[in-house]
Design a protein. Structure first.
Length: 562
């Protein structure tokens, strides 16, 4: 046989082997060897140094950031907050050339992407993946990302919970606790803004740097779906639909293909199925505690006309496997954003303009409506990867439950014809006014609105307005999701010529964050300010728990004189 023919055959078989390698899917605890590269010791993360039996403390996070600063000119650091236990919550800005202010970022024309881990420290995988990614972006194979993006990374958001160590079955052997030092769940604070940490995130990242997309990394429990990691976006019906639709209909399908091709992982929508029945028939956001409400950071971010992705690994695989899954997904998100970031910016800016235009042209007449509650409906039938069993069995001779059941190690079953219940639809709506008028004594409420970046001004002279006021017939507290949520029963009554004194606060909804303001202030919003008890003390002070009273925030459709 001629050498050229032998060479061609060799190339052919090499191509077949390469294709087979690219198509290999890793199940259970499997990861490809050497996936994280080879690095000098100063760039190694704590899991890499300890064979993945330890996770990184907040002190070690600061040490790692210091190494990045001393070895790259493309780094600046934002101290977002100082926690209740006097620890700094740091975010690393990576840009080429380096930027140190939001003004420099805007002048560059590059999209800003914000990546966050460890809002729940027992779910430490994203924290570790982000440390590795920062290393790759600044010194390794992902430097090219900074040609088109500015990337802000906060690997450890809940610094206090991170260092409140408790023992853990499996690896890592020690993990932090879910809440912060004051026992607040930071991922339930996106509307009520009670915590130092979330206030710092909003003021110093969201409001100033205006990321076009945010990523929030998590882990689930001992679930039985067959995916390496699952993803969700904001599904609040009150949010402008276009950023959400782009993430769900365009970005997610692209990520599913690219993560499979580049990393050998199967990924899909963040859901769970009814584990009492086999085979499953429903794959639902509700079963995974994802919600059409805005209490989660990634959910509330959609009300700002921006894009968000929350992702969760299964809770049972080995630590390295979960880190690899977050690393894979975030890598492909950044690659996609580097290629399509300008399209993403345009969609979000167009949504800003559309929100303002809708208020300007339709609110005064009362025809503009938006949703205060929602639910999920089906997109149709899908084929689902799932395991029939995944028990937590004790390791013989120990009091430790094995993290990975033998029944969830290999390739999962493919279950056909499962309802995909993730389509958000509004179920209850209210009129969107031209704006809201808020009594001067409610400055505590205005402080929260301004932290949300909602513009609020003050009347310099008395005005008359026409609009609606809500009459509260009953004020209730209803246990929901571990919280006593506020609920108002009543109805709207139209008024004309109502007078408001100078000093009254005014929220003019002709602003990009109109949907967020609407969601927070509407009296019957599913989890707005009423639901999260921001107004409870004030409502009780005016007798709402004893008799019918008027909701203190007035919806005006027209200012009659100025």
């Amino acid at each position: 046989m001629k050498k050229s023919a032998i060479f061609c055959l060799a190339i052919f078989f090499f191509s077949l082997l390469s294709a087979a390698a690219a198509e290999k899917i890793y199940w259970g605890n499997d990861v490809p060897g050497g996936w994280n590269g080879s690095w000098p010791s100063k760039f190694l993360t704590v899991p890499e140094k300890t064979n993945y039996i330890r996770t990184t403390s907040s002190y070690e996070i600061q040490e790692f950031i210091n190494v990045l600063k001393w070895n790259s000119e493309n780094v600046s650091v934002i101290n977002m907050f100082t926690s209740g236990l006097r620890k700094v919550g740091s975010a690393v800005v990576m840009a080429n050339p380096r930027v140190t202010t939001p003004e420099e970022a805007r002048a560059s024309g590059k999209p800003v992407i914000y990546l966050q881990g460890n809002i729940h420290p027992p779910e430490a995988e994203a924290k570790e993946a982000l440390l590795m990614l920062m290393r790759d972006i600044l010194f390794g194979k992902k430097k090219y990302l900074l040609d088109n993006l500015i990337i802000i990374c906060c690997p450890c958001f809940n610094v206090d919970g991170n260092d409140t160590w408790s023992t853990n079955d499996g690896d890592p052997h020690l993990l932090g606790t879910r809440t912060n030092a004051l026992s607040f769940d930071l991922n339930r604070d996106a509307i009520k803004l009670e915590t130092i940490e979330v206030n710092g995130l909003y003021r110093n990242i969201f409001n100033r740097w205006d990321p076009v997309l945010i990523y929030d990394g998590h882990a689930m429990g001992r679930i039985r779906h067959g995916y390496a990691i699952v993803y969700a976006t904001s599904t609040v019906p009150a949010a402008h639909p276009e950023p959400r639709n782009y993430v769900f209909n365009t970005i997610f399908p692209a990520l599913r293909e690219s993560v499979r091709k580049s990393f050998g992982l199967e990924i899909f929508t963040h859901c769970d199925f009814d584990e009492e029945n086999w085979p499953p028939t429903v794959w639902s956001h509700d079963n995974a505690i994802w919600s059409t409400e805005a209490k989660f950071v990634a959910s509330a971010y959609g009300l700002r006309n921006r894009m968000s992705i929350l992702a969760e690994t299964p809770g049972y695989p080995k630590f390295e496997r979960k880190i690899y899954a977050h690393y894979a997904l975030i890598s492909e998100i950044l690659d996609y954003s580097a290629k399509h970031g300008q399209d993403m910016l345009k969609i979000c800016r167009d949504a800003d303009k559309d929100v303002v235009n809708q208020v300007m042209t339709r609110a005064e007449s009362g025809e503009l409506k938006n949703f205060v509650e929602g639910k999920y409906e089906s997109w149709g039938k899908i084929d689902l990867l799932a395991y029939k069993k995944n028990e937590g069995l004790f390791i013989p001779g120990t009091s430790v439950r094995a993290r990975t059941s033998p029944g969830a190690l290999g390739k999962p079953e493919l279950i056909p014809n499962v309802e995909h219940l993730t389509k958000p639809v509004g179920t209850r709506e209210a009129a969107v006014p031209r704006g809201y008028l808020i009594p001067a004594e409610m400055s505590f409420l205005v402080d929260k609105l301004r932290t949300h970046n909602i513009k609020v001004d003050v009347l310099e002279k008395p005005v008359k307005a026409a609009g609606e006021e809500f009459v509260i017939d009953k004020f209730m507290r209803i246990p929901t999701g571990g919280y006593q949520m506020g609920r108002l029963v009543g109805g709207f009554a139209k008024t004309s010529g109502k007078e408001f004194p100078a000093g009254t606060f005014r929220v003019d909804l002709a602003q990009p964050l109109a949907n967020l303001a609407f969601y927070c202030l509407e009296p019957q919003s599913a989890d707005g300010f009423v639901g999260w008890n921001v107004l409870t003390d004030y409502l009780i002070s005016i007798g709402a728990d004893k008799r019918s009273v008027v909701y203190p925030i007035y919806k005006y459709f027209k200012i009659l004189d100025q």
